[in-house]
Write a protein that binds this ligand. Structure first.
Ligand code: UD1
Length: 367
């Protein structure tokens, strides 16, 4: 009998982690019966469906349609819906990805139904409990049976939390599988022409963390700094709905120097990969973009106080500036002057992580 596996996704960063695993599991129909469950945490065309299309992901077998809400309401909606799904249709293993609310919600429900849990991207820690993702990571790892780790810090963190070594497996970074598989086709994207950009002549930016965009004063100061940096080298800023809404609500839209700081709708996977790969500099508060720029060896400024992905700083091209606008500005100008950080690709970020996970499942979970 094949192993019934539910892969649970919900938000944009989950999709590129689930796609390669789904494809690899499907190579062994006698061993695995994978099903995709989409919580609907992200539902905008540009945050969800576009990614499914570009990554050639199968349509979800189950769509929960939970939508946006406060953390507690969103998490509990996902939990209620998932419990119903698994009570009706039991499975043998639940696979969760990353650190979004859907990840934690699925882990809690699976644990209480005594379903085994595999966490892909386990062990990352920012040691900052003000980040909702940190709570999601801690809870998910605590409940997981198989912890698939993307970088060495994950092993250290989980061991220090007392997780038995036999649960840990260092497999590398599955998001890089997707990057490797799509880089060639992404290079053909017309996004640079669309915005009239030349390679190495612009900055690519993303910013959506509550810590950066929920405080009107900080967001206002950041926009002023971005205007200044953007007059030196234009910034292209595909804007998350949370950031767009806050800029409008705080009356900041008029403060934007539209030539220097060019806002766009969120971009699809391929266009954004192209945008990163040709950028002179990337500025972000995202988790995954720190990793993608490290793989591409593009200088990256992370506008956060910490990172749960220290390998991108220790080995890769990433620097952490915190959110002090003046430090961000100095770091950006330094980078534009050519004083950039070069890095190398971390171990096992090689495009074969999904194979290693499936190999592990074949040898250790299938009976
Ligand atoms: C979520 C993840 C975050 C990840 C990010 C990537 C959590 C706690 N956070 O943050 O780790 O980096 O996804 O994008 O899970 N919204 C829309 N359309 C959508 C989805 C959201 O307009 O399709 C707006 C809504 O106003 C919503 C807000 O964005 O309230 C926040 O959405 P939510 O899913 O709660 O978190 P993200 O900020 O997207």
């Amino acid at each position: 009998m094949s192993l019934k596996i539910s892969l649970v996704v919900g938000a944009r960063p989950n999709f590129m982690k689930a796609a390669p695993l789904m494809a690899e599991l499907k190579k062994y129909p006698a061993l695995f019966a994978p099903q995709l469950i989409h919580s609907g945490q992200h539902y905008d065309e540009k945050l969800s469906r576009l990614f499914f299309d570009e990554l050639k992901m199968p349509q979800p077998d189950t769509y929960l349609g939970v939508g946006s809400a406060s953390h507690a309401v969103q998490t509990s909606r996902i939990m209620t819906a998932l419990e119903e799904v698994w009570l009706k249709n039991p499975c043998d293993l639940v696979v969760v990805f990353g650190d979004v609310n859907s990840t934690m919600a699925a882990s809690i429900v699976a644990a209480k139904l005594c379903i085994k849990i595999a966490h892909v991207e386990a062990g990352l820690r920012s040691f900052d409990n003000t980040m909702p993702e940190e709570i999601n990571r801690i809870v998910t790892d605590r409940l997981s049976d198989y912890l698939f780790i993307s970088e060495p810090s994950g092993i250290v963190n989980l061991k220090s939390e007392g997780v038995p070594e036999e649960k840990l497996k260092f497999v590398g970074n599955i998001m890089i599988d997707t990057l490797v598989a799509h880089l060639e086709v992404a290079r053909k994207s017309g996004i640079l022409e669309q915005f009239g950009l030349k390679p190495q002549n612009y900055i690519a930016m993303t910013m959506h963390r509550p810590a950066n965009v929920d405080n009107p004063e900080l967001l206002g100061t950041l926009i002023e700094i971005f205007n200044e940096i953007g007059r030196e080298c234009p910034i292209i800023f595909p804007c998350h709905p949370r950031t767009q809404k806050n800029m409008a609500a705080f009356g900041l839209i008029d403060k934007i120097d539209k030539k220097a700081l060019r806002l766009t709708e969120p971009l699809g996977y391929l266009d954004f990969l192209k945008l990163q790969s040709e950028a002179r500099l990337v500025m972000t508060d995202s988790g995954g973009i720190q990793e993608e720029t490290t793989y591409l060896n593009i200088p990256c400024i992370t506008m956060r106080e910490n990172t749960e992905r220290p390998v991108t700083v220790e080995v890769g091209s990433n620097i952490i500036t915190g959110v002090d606008p003046h430090i961000i500005r100095d770091a950006a100008f330094k980078s534009l002057r050519g004083e950039t950080k070069k890095g190398r690709v971390p171990d096992l970020w090689d495009g074969h992580t999904a194979e290693r996970i499936v190999d592990y499942l074949r040898k250790n979970v299938c009976h």
